[in-house]
Design a protein around this ligand. Structure first.
Ligand SMILES: Cc1cc2nc3c(=O)[nH]c(=O)nc-3n(C[C@H](O)[C@H](O)[C@H](O)COP(=O)(O)OP(=O)(O)OC[C@H]3O[C@@H](n4cnc5c(N)ncnc54)[C@H](O)[C@@H]3O)c2cc1C
Length: 156
């Protein structure tokens, strides 16, 4: 990162920033062209490795790309705030941002899907216990991105 003074490496701080972000933008490569989709997400962290969970209709452009597997980039941000200056070039903006990439893995079993959906609901609501309608679980595409790259930058 060119501005290494803005890089955040503390896992606790990174977790706080991820928790505060309202959506995750997934960047797919679709036939050599970028395709970016904003999505709600859940996440878990184990042994310093973040996994992000997503849910989707089983059909559509994104679903087709997820099923192909492979790699996606991601980006999420929060705390965006304009800092006024005395002239245009003195203006700046505060922000917190996390980005990276990793392999996309569709959930195969109902149990895997429920675990992913629970992670999404837990992040959105703070509640860890959820029941899901079996028929809805069956027809929902749930997938995860295991982050192999993850960096965090904060401009305070
Ligand atoms: C904050 C936020 C959170 C969201 N969370 C989720 C989520 O958790 N799960 C989920 O499945 N979807 C979510 N969505 C909707 C998501 O961004 C897509 O619109 C949706 O998933 C359909 O994607 P698709 O590739 O199947 O598009 P398709 O229905 O296959 O449509 C393909 C084309 O439609 C256009 N298109 C699709 N989506 C959008 C869009 N959002 N804005 C403008 N044009 C679009 C594009 O040109 C694209 O090429 C969220 C959207 C927002 C803004």
């Amino acid at each position: 990162m060119r501005r290494s003074d803005r890089e955040v490496t503390d896992p606790v701080k990174i977790r706080e920033i991820i928790s505060a972000c309202s959506c995750c933008r997934l960047g797919f490569c679709d036939g050599g062209r970028a395709y970016i989709v904003p999505m709600d997400f859940g996440f878990t962290e184990k042994d310093g490795r973040c996994t992000f969970y997503f849910h989707s209709a089983a059909e559509g452009r994104k679903a087709g790309l997820v099923r192909k597997g492979g790699w996606a980039a991601f980006e999420m941000d929060c705390g965006h705030e304009l800092v006024e200056g005395s002239r245009a070039c003195a203006y700046t903006a505060r922000y917190c941002c996390v980005m990276g990439g990793g392999r996309l893995i569709p959930a195969e079993t109902a149990e895997e899907k429920r675990a992913g959906l629970t992670a999404i609901m837990a992040r959105l609501t703070g509640r860890e216990q959820w029941d899901f309608d079996e028929a809805v679980v069956e027809k929902t595409l749930v997938f995860r991105l295991e982050a192999e790259e993850l960096t965090c930058k904060v401009h305070e």
